[in-house]
Design a protein around this ligand. Sequence first.
Ligand code: TXA
Ligand code: MG
Length: 509
Amino acid sequence: MYKVKTRLFMTDPLNPGPELDEPARLLRDGGLVAFPTETVYGLGAAARDARAIHRMYEAKGRPADNPTIVHVSSPGDVEPLVQQVKPVHARLIERFWPGPLTLIFNRSSRVPPVVSSGLDTVAVRMPRHRVALELIARASVPVAAPSANLSGRPSPTTARHVLDDLDGRIDAVVDGGPAGVGVESTVLDLTGQVPVILRPGGVTREALQEFLGEVEVAPGILEGGAGYWGVPASPGMKYRHYAPRAELWLVEGPREAQVARIKKILRDLHAKGLKVGVLAHRETAHSYDAFQVVTMGSWDRPDEVASQLFAALRQIDASCPDMIVAEGMVTSGMGLAVMNRLRKAATRRCNAGASRVVLLVCTGNTCRSSMAQVILERILQERGLAGYTLVSAGVSAFDGTPATAGAVSAVAEMGLDLSGHRARRLQWDMVDWADLIITMTAEQRDRVLQQFPEARGKTHVLREYVGLSGDVQDPWSSDAETYRRTAQEIRSALERLVDILAGETGPGG
Ligand code: TXA
Ligand code: MG
């Protein structure tokens, strides 16, 4: 990495002027210039200058397969960048530009492929921030600009954040005060039949829905780097984004349940001697006795939370806690963008709202307990019983191992899907949250209690608990028929378990 002197240019956010001539010249000449937009600070490079784009990727440490957004200062500048401005584009531009809405077009050959990581499409937006508009206009070139952070870190909402990440790696920063919206633009794909939100952001899903009638949200928007208890939701989602350096646990669910849960987490982690930072809403921040509590706006104002989120993540990270615990929020309005970012930043998540957590345990978490999880889910659904969170784990599982083919096809015959399952090893926090721990065999129960003596009283062997006897035998490496029988055996035992859960019969009878 080359080392450059990063120059700082101050400007009036409401009335930028000739002080932008020099950074504009730098941009035009292939330099890297960070500047404020209404969402977050962007790292600008001339969009038609492939060398400048390469430097920009290098400065951010950005993977080459993540395309960037081209910024323009007037709707008229879109045409040369794209193959066609469709009527739907034109309507959206008219309604939402300038503003935090990025539109995907088919790319014109005049835009170098590297801008779009080789895709045939190009993302374009016209920001609302005066400094951004003035800078781009003065540079008189379209400007490719990803968020001006090191790749993987929270996006910057002040010039200070930019310098913290990129000082010495870029040519200049234009300081125009804090960015307002606080999360990035909404990215809307219009290349298919139905508009799809690829990234929720400053323009809400509700606003787009109202304007367009039909909008889809891309799958995975509310999945994160981690599923409940920290297992990657899917292999492609294993990278954390927007992430502080410390582990981040995200607690979700109703407000009171979250507070109670976080207090308990704090007690447990203090007992382990860990310094914990809490990211909390204004109304509940006082509830926590922690190493550091940083507030991020009001429970009732997702837009306020959005505007403070990244700064809060950076602030808490700067005090180097061993762990961060964050309160979650609703996913409506700007909450969708906030929860998308928080889930991607999280290493673990838990739902404090679920009234009962049932943890199903076997050895490898690739056959019996994983089958039991989806089967139990189905039975609860059939009986209309809500309020359960189901988790499965193995006492000696290898994290990330998929379910065995036999298990996948045995439950597929019941109309259930285990293809996305990934094994996880039993850990103290799962044991801690669980209201009921069900093992497949007596030996597994003994191993659970050996490792976690505190689980005594809530750990039971499946068949014994429901008034049958014996273990659910391991079908591993046997034929399809054995798997089928095992699935059936699990199903009938779980039917009885649900009777017990629903209060129709007592345990063991
Ligand atoms: O608010 C924002 O959009 C900020 C400011 C600086 O304008 N920029 C920003 O850029 O957030 P960046 O690079 O951090 O995020 C760009 C997003 C990524 O999610 C990327 O995958 C998506 O836009 N994107 C860019 N070009 C695309 C394309 N051709 N097709 C699909 N997604 C694209
Ligand atoms: Mg970014």
